[in-house]
Design a protein around this ligand. Structure first.
Ligand SMILES: C[S@@+](CC[C@H](N)C(=O)[O-])C[C@H]1O[C@@H](n2cnc3c(N)ncnc32)[C@H](O)[C@@H]1O
Length: 334
């Protein structure tokens, strides 16, 4: 992890906001804070996922999610009748490599010889961790899902854990009559500040409370449209925290779900604008919306279920049932 001076960050913010005309939508700010090549949290600052040096832990680092995903993978191989050919598995956003490690280990050597494991990850520091952790296995890394699908000749089983929540999110606020989009402004003397701009977006839910905030992930829809046309046949498993629709996610959370994680602490409210590039930023995923976007692009929904039910379906012990119920699993096929 590189350390940066606060002068370098100030200069970077000043240039970025000047190029954007002084203000940018929150999702562009989130993309800078997480993914700008020099200062982004995932691009250059993240030290680990799970463990002492990490800002947050995940189901993959805390439990044995990879073993359950391995059972799902076996069932999908049987479904596609790919039992007599090399099967391409593509993990997107592999963190510290825990899920890959557990999955490959639980396949056993016989089955391992018949799969080709691909990882697509945007983060150079995490790719290095994955390479260290997985050195005894044969794994290929790719810069994009398109490249991984090309290597798989269009037929693959794809999966991710806690990926979509890390996509830049659009942040909206209900003003009693319509939605306003959160914009971010930067001034070197006063720092980062929110403003609002009327949004054209149509949401099929009207909150009861003025000031209600919600997040959306159209960046996920756009990303899907970049690579899905290259997939000829396969399955997709998306595991993340969130809910099925607007009211169930947001009625209990009038301020929305946008938060940061720093040294295993949850950061909320105005503090999410502190420590630029040095803390994670994340928001709950509306699975109803991402499911619809997948269907509009040709994916068939097989199941949308709680993580606790997914564990049960694949005969895994359900540890921490309450936590598992805050997570959903979307199973799609092409
Ligand atoms: C919250 S971490 C989850 C890591 C891991 N799946 C786990 O469960 O421990 C998000 C992961 O997604 C990766 N990531 C974020 N955006 C990505 C993208 N567009 N393409 C590929 N990887 C991405 C990050 O680098 C990181 O590895």
């Amino acid at each position: 992890m590189r350390s940066r001076s606060s002068d370098a960050i100030r200069e970077f913010l000043q240039d970025s906001f000047a190029r954007a005309g002084g203000s940018m939508p929150f999702h562009d700010y989130m993309a800078l804070a997480l993914y700008s090549p020099e200062h982004g949290y995932y691009s250059s600052q993240i030290a680990d996922v799970g463990g002492n040096r990490a800002d947050f832990s995940t189901w993959a680092t805390l439990g044995d999610l990879g073993r359950t995903v391995a059972s799902w993978v076996k069932a999908e191989i049987a479904h596609h009748d790919w039992t007599s050919e090399t099967v391409h598995l593509i993990e997107i956003g592999a963190g510290d490599g825990s899920l890959a490690y557990q999955l490959l280990k639980s396949l056993g050597w016989r089955q391992r010889r018949r799969v080709h494991y691909h990882i697509v990850d945007i983060s150079p520091p995490l790719r290095s961790l994955q390479q260290q952790r997985l050195k005894r296995y044969s794994v290929s890394w790719h810069a994009s899902v398109q490249q991984a699908i090309a290597a798989a000749r269009g037929r693959a089983i794809l999966f991710s854990n806690e990926l979509v929540d890390a996509f830049p999110a659009q942040w909206l606020c209900w003003d009693g009559a319509g939605w306003q989009e959160v914009q971010v402004n930067y001034d070197p003397s006063s720092g980062l500040r929110e403003t609002f701009r009327p949004s054209e977006v149509t949401i099929d839910w009207q909150p009861q409370k003025t000031g209600q905030r919600i997040e959306r992930h159209p960046s996920y829809r756009d990303w899907l449209s970049e690579w899905l046309p290259a997939l000829k046949a396969g399955s997709l498993l998306t595991i993340d925290y969130g809910g099925r629709d607007w009211p169930s996610i947001y009625t209990p959370k009038p301020a929305g779900t946008m938060r940061g994680y720093h040294q295993q602490r949850r950061i909320e409210g105005g503090a999410i604008y502190q420590r630029f590039g040095q803390q994670d930023l994340t928001a709950d995923v509306n699975f109803g919306e991402i499911q619809k976007w997948g269907e509009a692009q040709g994916l068939q929904t097989i199941e949308l279920n709680d993580l606790a039910r997914f564990f049960e379906a694949y005969d895994a012990p359900v540890e921490r049932v309450e936590a598992a119920e805050a997570f959903l699993v979307l199973h799609q096929r092409l």
